[in-house]
Design a protein. Structure first.
Length: 57
């Protein structure tokens, strides 16, 4: 297994949402699934959150 840096992008009606995380996986496909599962587990436990970084162009 290798440590992989994964960026997922969801194109929503009003903009794009990115999830960037590190996972351990045997392949890129497994890394994507692991990143999706990690996102879902984090979102389920959040009671509140905020953006901490931004870029305006």
């Amino acid at each position: 297994m290798a440590q992989m840096h994964v960026t997922l992008k969801a194109s929503l009606k009003e903009g794009d949402f990115y999830w960037v995380t590190d996972v351990t996986a045997d392949s890129e496909d497994e890394a994507v699934v692991a990143a999706e599962n990690k996102f879902l587990s984090v979102v389920e436990t959040l009671s509140e959150w905020e953006f901490t970084d931004f870029e305006v162009t």
